[in-house]
Design a protein around this ligand. Structure first.
Ligand code: FMN
Length: 206
């Protein structure tokens, strides 16, 4: 039985290409592998920015937490549990001002939690604890970043790969859609190229 967690975060909601392709992957995996599909929709149900209640609450003894701290820590625990319960995580990410959306950043800020999702070895090196899971990361960008002069400004893909690896999610396949802002024909070609990537991912997983 495969537990799949789909996390969507496009500010454009269901119109987002990252939403569309990550959903196609998650639903395609479920159709092929069976099991369950849980969706965390960060657009309609965003995690708040982290603040004092979360930062102080997560280090406070549970019985000493204020109601605000309990609320903030409970949400973080819920988000962590969703990832822990998953065998496969499918993540949709939109490039917004050269990085991921703040919706997705807020999710990472909740689940990147010392002593819960990562720790340090005796020698002081970081160790991610959310191990043994497969991740499919779908990145959507208006421009082209896979090659050419804008490649250096993709602060989305490498950043997300690093964050995922930091918490132990190291087995990551990336599906990208890019170059959708240069008119209808390039957008059509970009979407067709991503359709092919999705098909390849699903064929490999089956
Ligand atoms: C507020 C905003 C900021 C954006 N910033 C960038 C950017 O920095 N670089 C880029 O190539 N495209 C940018 N875009 C275009 C999006 O990356 C593109 O529409 C992508 O498909 C968004 O992901 P989604 O389809 O999952 O919503 C931006 C779009 C919006 C609405």
């Amino acid at each position: 039985m495969t537990n799949i967690l789909l996390v969507t975060s496009s500010p454009r909601g269901s119109e987002g290409l990252s939403t569309r392709f990550s959903r196609e992957i998650a639903e395609g995996l479920k159709a092929r592998l069976g099991g369950s599909l849980m969706t965390r929709d960060l657009t309609s149900n965003p995690a708040p920015h982290i603040g004092q209640a979360y930062i102080q609450g997560r280090v406070a003894a549970p019985e000493k937490r204020t109601p605000e701290q309990v609320k903030a820590v409970t949400l973080a625990q819920e988000l962590v549990e969703e990832v822990k319960a998953a065998d496969v995580v499918v993540l949709g990410s939109s490039m917004i001002n050269f990085g991921p959306s703040s919706q997705l950043k807020a999710w990472f800020d909740h689940i990147t939690w010392p002593g819960v999702t990562f720790g340090y070895s005796e020698a002081g090196s970081p160790q991610g604890w959310l191990t043994g899971k497969k991740v499919y990361l779908v990145t959507a960008a208006g421009g082209v970043f896979s090659e050419g002069e804008w490649a250096a400004f993709d602060f989305q893909t490498g950043y997300l790969r690093h964050l995922l690896g930091f918490i132990g999610l190291t087995d990551v396949d990336i599906v990208s859609v890019e170059g959708t802002v240069f008119g209808p024909e390039p957008a059509k070609a970009a979407i067709a190229a991503t359709d092919a990537q999705v098909r390849a991912v699903l064929e490999k997983a089956a």
